[in-house]
Design a protein around this ligand. Structure first.
Ligand code: MG
Length: 303
């Protein structure tokens, strides 16, 4: 072995530590599904070479302890770790903004009791999978705190948080359907220390809820997971949908987004969301491109 002079060793150690940091910090992930769903299949996540996933919750009939064990074996075989299980409910539709308000999350009164129960079951299933975070779109929270609907959604969120707290889990609310200020107020009013945010910068644009970077700075202390997703502003934000585009090609400003996360001391995964399951080849190619975009930016930020 060649003689190493002390300054070579210093250089060697420095280079290694930078490399290690780039590998360990902000593991890249993708949104994945086990059964039919919007995310990529586990095998595709594996082919893309990412170490983590956000998992769309499997359908009710698949959420059995036996299946959980089978999923766990698949994840092990593919070298994947689930960082967040995302809850979704039958009857939800993201067709347009008014339909989202009517159908999504714990806001619609007619499905709330049933969905609250299902959310608890999803948290229990996540627990079997060894996952300590459950994500969801809670729905359009009313802006007026005196609206009875606001108080009902608040109580539903508290109940869900208390259920998760008992099993050492957090709830991550997905951003987008309200402004950063409304979301902050809601988190404070719920008043539970296991309630956090999954920050999706594209949703701020898609729903017309505010500048994503300004919003991230406001709610940053609550952000425990993120979606790397991008979108373009439309002429009438909040009235019509923004347009979703591959990460790094839209109005989010991918580099500024990641730099802001670094400033906030964010240390979770960077999970790419590109939900075009009807075009699996394009979905895989665009996620592959997003992985390269993120790797380049990480390199710039961390050296
Ligand atoms: Mg998202």
């Amino acid at each position: 072995m060649p003689y190493r002079r002390p300054w070579d060793m210093v250089r060697y150690v420095t280079i290694r530590s930078v490399e290690d940091r780039a590998v360990e910090r902000w593991p890249i992930g993708v949104f994945a599904s086990i059964d039919a769903g919007l995310g990529v299949q586990l095998a595709v996540a594996h082919e893309l070479g990412v170490p983590t996933i956000h998992l769309h919750t499997p359908e009710k009939s698949s959420r059995t302890p036996e299946n959980a064990n089978r999923f766990l074996q698949q994840l092990k075989d593919f070298g994947l770790t689930i960082t967040v299980v995302f809850a979704g409910f039958e009857g939800e539709s993201y067709a347009d903004i008014p339909t989202v308000a009517k159908t999504v999350g714990l806001v619609p009164p007619e499905t709330r009791a049933e969905r609250k129960q299902e959310l608890k079951e999803i948290a229990d299933f996540a627990k079997i999978l060894g996952v300590d975070a459950v994500g969801l779109h809670i729905g359009f929270i009313p802006h007026d705190r005196n609206d009875p609907l606001y108080r009902d959604v608040l109580a539903a969120a508290q109940e869900a948080c208390d259920h998760c707290a008992k099993q050492g889990q957090r709830i991550h609310l997905e951003t987008g359907q309200e402004s950063a200020d409304t979301l902050l107020q809601f988190l404070q009013d719920v008043g539970r220390d296991n309630l956090f945010i999954n920050f999706d910068p594209a949703n701020m644009i898609l729903y017309g809820s505010g500048d994503p970077i300004e919003a991230l700075k406001k709610v940053g202390r609550y952000v425990r997971s993120v979606h790397c997703k991008d979108a373009k502003w439309v002429a009438q934000p909040g009235k019509e949908w923004g347009t979703e585009v591959p990460f790094g090609t839209g109005d989010v400003n991918a580099e500024l987004f990641l730099r802001t996360l670094a400033e906030l001391g964010y240390d979770g995964a960077l999970t790419i969301e590109r939900e075009i399951p009807q075009e699996p080849e394009r979905q895989k190619a665009e996620i592959g491109q997003a992985i390269r975009v993120i790797q380049e930016i990480k390199q710039k930020i961390f050296g």
